[in-house]
Design a protein around this ligand. Structure first.
Ligand SMILES: Cc1cc2nc3c(=O)[nH]c(=O)nc-3n(C[C@H](O)[C@H](O)[C@H](O)COP(=O)(O)O)c2cc1C
Length: 174
């Protein structure tokens, strides 16, 4: 798949085959692409925690507050992206320029992860709705949790039409 094909095929997967595990080599490919993700001053101010089994169950539960994200319970793997400190130069740049580079870096690594998951034939969904403290406890983390990504094989989920802003609303060419 070229990148445009990956972009067309990636969609938030909200129905997983709980009986079909994610092969280690596919997970390794996803983590390797994540490792190559760019970040401000190359600081990579985040940590990835791979959750399976009981830890995955606890993390999934932590994403289900107020009836949200019930599908997470069936995902065989959950990746937790938590914060790590900035490197000095990125911390200085963020302060001087008033820009939240760490959030940007975390968004980029999440995009890499979901793109590689698609290339590997796996479904994924980025989750921003979760209980931070419950996940920190389940994963023994001290940095704030920023995103959770479910991974697994999609079950009966056809490719949906993408709903996006029109190009002229999204883009200005000067
Ligand atoms: C930062 C972020 C947080 C999100 N949080 C959730 C979530 O908690 N639950 C969920 O079902 N989808 C969540 N999504 C998925 C979006 O709803 C989805 O990407 C968007 O509607 C576009 O649909 P698509 O991913 O199928 O193309 C999140 C996506 C992002 C980027």
């Amino acid at each position: 798949m070229n990148f445009y094909e990956i972009a067309c095929n990636r969609q938030s997967c909200r129905k997983y085959d709980a009986q079909k595990p994610v092969e280690q080599e596919k997970l390794t490919a996803i983590l390797e692409s994540a490792r190559l993700s760019p970040s401000a001053c190359n600081g990579q101010p985040y940590h990835l925690t791979v959750c399976r089994g009981e830890t995955a169950r606890l993390v999934a539960k932590a994403t289900m507050g107020m009836g949200m994200n019930k599908f997470a319970a069936d995902a065989p793997v959950l990746l937790v992206i938590s914060e790590k400190p900035y490197v000095k130069s990125a911390a200085l740049g963020a302060k001087v320029k008033g820009n939240d580079y760490r959030s940007i870096d975390i968004g980029i690594v999440a995009a890499y992860i979901t793109a590689e998951a698609t290339a590997q034939g796996l479904g994924s969904c980025i989750l921003g709705w979760f209980d931070n403290d419950d996940i920190c406890k389940a994963c023994h983390l001290d940095g704030a949790v920023r995103l959770v990504i479910t991974l697994g094989y999609a079950k009966d989920e056809p490719l949906r039409n993408k709903k996006r802003k029109a190009m002229d609303e999204l883009v200005t060419e000067l």
